[in-house]
Design a protein around this ligand. Structure first.
Ligand code: HSE
Length: 451
């Protein structure tokens, strides 16, 4: 991968003072703590994009001592969530507490107080979205919920903005990280259902009540939000058909694999002549389909639009910081949209113009890469030895991965190198060109892992 030097070649222009977006957090569990952490770590970077500082003013939690260890003393801590919902100095409330009873009344109260709301709570929106969105519309505030569906993947934004030109035909995908993690562990490592679920819980993927994950209810919450965004319909949670993975047995995963399929828990919403189909269930997916390659806690959503064709979105489907990524994106949306100068709204190049900087682009000659090399030579045993000696002299440790005799009896030697400086590769190519037993030009193609 290209390494961009950290050093900046030009000074950043001074940031004009902008009022901070004042945030109240309801909950400091996996998601709340991740949000705090990413906001702290990427403070300057986020400011350069949003144009307004993000300031966490108050946090409501059950365990004040634990919260103090995470956020220190600069933030107001309370065990009374109403203090956050009613706080006069808060612009936006982040609801990351879960549940649908207290969360519902707190969110409605925050809206009533004229505060924007960012929530990760798909159960809350699937069940009470109609009431909450109506209240927000009446009060003129934003309710944003990117983290509620396929956490790190900006799929709500894609449906709401990027794909607006389309009549959506269907939206479908793997939208429960825990179930996908369990199926992957069972299929690839032969681990039992209970052990895989325990592991998912330990990694913070599962819901507080993991039956929501394995019974398909969490995916039903999410597919109903996707369906509403895709088709402009009321959130159809009550009518979603939901089956989970609890009834699956390891033998079915094996038999499916032998027939060329993987079993995945899918959420599907599709518009047919007679109405919508909205369902969640395990399904066999051909092993060469892109969704079959989605492993572990990763999610992927496909959307078929009449103009765009099929588009695919992939990313972490659970976990602390992947969820925080979406929460903060929503906070930046609020900062850019509400109560800010029009000049600070979505900037043309994603960063506020005063925060743009001239980062040096490194010359290709100082990059590193691994390479596929195909070298032609006569069929003599010396040829192969000479090729390997030449590569080694230039710092390329390689072994021959394939020898292919050509119709003219010359031989193609195929090699994969380790990661080497570009200059070493160039030197090797120049030296290979001088070998007397060589036939043709060496083919050199970079190997990209993009990890
Ligand atoms: N429990 C959820 C999942 C968390 O596993 O997908 C993210 O919504």
């Amino acid at each position: 991968m290209l390494q961009v030097p950290q050093e900046e070649s030009s000074r950043v222009r001074r940031q004009p003072a902008a009022a901070p977006l004042r945030i109240g957090l309801l909950g400091l569990g996996t998601v709340g703590a991740g949000t705090w952490q990413v906001l702290e770590r990427n403070r300057q970077h986020i400011l350069a994009r949003s144009g307004r500082p993000m300031q966490i003013v108050a946090v409501a939690v059950r365990d004040l001592a634990r919260a103090a260890r995470i956020v220190g003393s600069a933030v107001q801590l309370t065990d009374d969530p109403w203090e956050v919902a009613n706080h006069p100095a808060i612009d936006v409330v982040v609801e990351a507490m879960g549940g649908t009873t207290l969360a519902r009344v707190l969110v409605l109260q925050a809206i009533n107080q004229g505060k924007h709301v960012v929530t990760t709570n798909k159960a809350l929106l699937a069940e009470h979205g109609a009431e909450i969105f109506a209240a927000a519309e009446a009060r003129g505030v934003i309710v944003a919920y990117e983290a509620a569906v396929a956490v790190s993947i900006p799929i709500i934004k894609a449906l709401r903005e990027g794909l607006v030109a389309n009549r959506i035909e269907w939206v479908a995908g793997i939208i429960n990280g825990t179930s996908n993690f369990i199926l992957s562990e069972m299929q690839d490592k032969g681990i039992g259902f209970a052990a895989a679920l325990q592991d998912a819980q330990a990694r913070g993927f599962a819901e507080a009540d993991p039956r929501l994950d394995v019974d398909g209810i969490d995916a039903a919450h999410k597919i109903s939000l996707l369906a509403a965004n895709a088709f402009g319909t009321a959130i159809p949670f009550g009518q979603v058909h939901a089956e989970g993975i609890a009834g699956l047995e390891a033998v079915d995963l094996q038999y499916a694999e032998q027939m060329g399929y993987r079993i995945k828990l899918l959420g599907v919403a599709t518009r047919g002549g007679s109405g919508l189909e909205v369902r969640v269930h395990p399904a066999l997916v051909p092993v060469d389909h892109m969704l079959a390659a989605v492993q572990g806690s990763m999610n992927a959503v496909m959307v078929k639009g009449d103009a765009s064709g099929t588009t695919l979105y992939y990313g972490a489907g659970a976990g602390s910081e992947p969820t925080a990524s979406a929460v903060i994106a929503d906070l930046v949306d609020v900062a850019r949209t509400a109560d800010c100068a029009s000049t600070q709204r979505v900037p043309c190049l994603a960063f506020q113009s005063h925060a743009m900087r001239a980062l040096p682009v490194v010359p290709i000659a100082v990059t590193t890469s691994a390479w596929y090399l195909r070298m032609g030579s006569d069929a003599s045993p010396q040829a192969e030895r000479a090729i390997l000696r030449t590569l080694l002299r230039c710092g390329l440790q390689a072994r021959i991965h394939g020898r292919y005799t050509q119709p003219d009896r010359s031989v193609h030697h195929v090699v994969l190198t380790q990661t080497v400086p570009h200059a070493a590769l160039q030197q090797a190519l120049a030296q290979l060109a001088l070998l007397p037993m060589r036939t043709g030009k060496t083919q050199a193609i970079r190997l990209e892992r993009l990890e």
